[in-house]
Design a protein around this ligand. Structure first.
Ligand code: FNR
Length: 190
């Protein structure tokens, strides 16, 4: 069946290379994945005093996660971890206690950096967080994208052929992973 995939970009910068990468991945995705962005920039700072009365934007964010068959997180590495905006969004998604929207939700993690480490350390931090949130993660293949200037053009096309091939393979593997997880454990709907 077609799967709906919520794509979360860990960077809220308009000029984000990870948003460019995310758009390119959405374009390279197999036809049975219907990908759309879930935005995190409108979320206030998480406050557990609001667990009993979530702000509407946080409720909408959680509902978007619940409605998606799978989540793809495309994130930069900030100071060898994940951006605060992304951690904040995950905190909202995970609460109140017992209503964690990420539980059993299949998640893919990928990211780009101009540097050679290609977000590897940040992705490891993210996987620790998602593991506590009980989200099954695609472990293989991994994708640490070193992003030279112009890697993704204004038409969301990957300009380096070998990288484009690799990213296509990544999206195919992600499709297979989501199908495997959903076949074994059908998800509860929101
Ligand atoms: C960075 N950058 C960075 N890069 C990296 O490979 N490892 C790191 O730990 C960090 N740390 C870091 C902290 C902060 C606060 C910023 C703003 C940047 C550089 C980063 O990879 C680069 O700015 C990317 O362009 C950020 O991704 P987006 O926002 O363009 O998607």
């Amino acid at each position: 069946p077609p799967y709906t995939i919520g794509v979360i970009c860990g960077s809220i910068a308009a000029s984000s290379i990870n948003r460019r990468l995310a758009r390119a991945l959405m374009k390279l995705a197999p036809a049975d994945l219907e990908c759309s962005f879930i935005e995190i920039d409108q979320l206030a700072l998480y406050d557990r005093d609001r667990d009993d009365a979530y702000p509407p934007e946080a409720t909408a964010f959680k509902e978007a996660i619940l409605a998606a068959d799978g989540i793809l997180i495309v994130t930069p590495e900030y100071n060898r971890s994940i951006p605060g905006a992304l951690k904040n969004a995950i905190d909202w998604a995970s609460r109140p206690y017992g209503e964690n929207a990420l539980t059993r939700k299949p998640v893919g993690v990928i990211g780009a950096s101009p540097g050679g480490i290609g977000t590897a350390v940040g992705q490891q931090h993210l996987k620790t967080i998602l593991s506590f949130c009980n989200a099954p993660m695609m472990n293989e293949i991994e994708a640490y994208v070193q992003y030279p200037d112009g890697l993704v053009d204004d038409d969301d096309e990957v300009t380096v052929a070998s990288t484009k091939d690799f990213l296509s393979t990544y999206m195919q593997a992600y499709d297979d992973f989501v199908r495997r997880v959903l076949t074994v454990v059908p998800q509860q709907q929101a």
